[in-house]
Design a protein around this ligand. Structure first.
Ligand SMILES: NC(=O)c1ccc[n+]([C@@H]2O[C@H](COP(=O)([O-])OP(=O)(O)OC[C@H]3O[C@@H](n4cnc5c(N)ncnc54)[C@H](OP(=O)(O)O)[C@@H]3O)[C@@H](O)[C@H]2O)c1
Length: 304
């Protein structure tokens, strides 16, 4: 049984995931409010309106669902201590503000669907992980745990909370895919590091559908992996990309690409590119969620 989404608030609804998600909710007939730091910017689909982060309780009161995607871009800049603090607080403090405002609502929203990330898990080269697996060490896992704890606090006053641990989002419009495809197109493609590290990806359309389902289906409660059923290694994904683009790959030794990536990107290279987990979406599949793009070949054929 899915609930009818009449009014939905999307925090951070102006980004890569937010824009098509807002459009999908409008297409379903929902009245969508986008919470943004810049409500005057415009560019939202007809049927959606923008609000700032002030007077939150008025914005949230009586909503059928709040979807929270807000947070500074994890891979936008090198990680200094100051940048790491911004990445953490832009997630934890915004979520805390949302949850406190929900608590103050005369009629709290029915559901909170909060983004998290697969950085939650321990990186592993072979053994797949799912929602039952342990959380890892390191900065990304720390951010994800703190972010999830803030979101789960809403359950204490009766809000249904679903967490979507998002994988590497594949989209035409931005995110990781155009950056990964560029060197392959220009005959400079190669695996990164050993190439055996997991690369758990999801097509943007499937992720949008998963957020919608989590918002409207009362059975979606707790953590769900926002990844496709067939995660690949970095090496296998790069080969699939090269095949799709009809380009050869360079046989560069792994230690060289690892050193170069670390030199350019610093700590985030290790955390995001040179390590990874094979993350399975066990709980979305158990709920009957159907992926339009279950394999990397299908996703890449659609996107490139
Ligand atoms: N894309 C991926 O591959 C990926 C992978 C794993 C997890 N995720 C997570 O999924 C969420 C959505 O991803 P996305 O790719 O759509 O991200 P995005 O394009 O960077 O959009 C994030 C949104 O958050 C808002 N935001 C940024 N800094 C903020 C701050 N300090 N305070 C309040 N709002 C802030 C921005 O909205 P305004 O500028 O309008 O305020 C922006 O539109 C993110 O939290 C991200 O960490 C994404």
């Amino acid at each position: 049984m899915t609930a009818n989404l009449k009014r939905v608030v999307v925090a951070g609804g102006t980004g890569l995931v937010g824009r098509p998600l807002v459009q999908a909710l409008v297409d379903l007939g929902a009245d969508v409010t986008v919470m943004t730091r810049n409500p005057g910017r415009g560019g939202l689909p007809a049927g959606a309106s923008a609000r700032g982060w002030e007077d939150l309780a008025t914005t949230l009161n009586g909503a059928d669902a709040v979807i929270n995607l807000a947070g500074e871009g994890i891979a936008d800049k090198r990680w200094s201590a100051a940048r790491k603090a911004v990445l953490l607080t832009s997630r934890v403090e915004t979520t805390q503000r949302l949850v406190e405002a929900m608590r103050a609502c005369p009629q709290p929203p029915a559901a909170l669907v909060n983004a998290s990330a697969i950085g939650f898990y321990v990186p592993a080269d072979r053994e797949p992980v799912d929602e039952t697996s342990d959380s890892g060490m390191g900065f990304l896992a720390e951010v994800c745990r703190a972010w999830e704890v803030e979101a789960m606090a809403a359950a204490a006053f009766g809000v249904r909370v679903a967490l979507v641990r998002v994988g590497v989002v594949l989209a035409k419009e931005g995110g990781a895919l155009p950056k990964m495809a560029l060197p392959v197109r220009w005959f400079h493609g190669c695996k990164l590091g050993r190439g055996t590290q997991g690369l758990s990806w999801i097509h943007l359309d499937d992720l949008v559908a998963m957020f919608v389902e989590a918002a409207r289906n009362p059975a979606w409660r707790g953590a769900f992996n926002g990844t496709a059923p067939k995660p690949l290694s970095n090496g296998a994904f790069t080969r699939a990309l090269a095949q799709r683009l009809h380009r050869p790959l360079l046989p560069v030794p792994g230690f060289l690409t690892a050193a170069a990536t670390k030199l350019v990107l610093g700590e985030l290279a290790e955390a995001l590119l040179l390590q990874g987990a094979f993350v399975k979406p066990t709980r979305p599949l158990a709920q009957g969620f159907q992926f339009r793009f279950p394999t990397a070949e299908m996703a890449l054929e659609n996107l490139l």
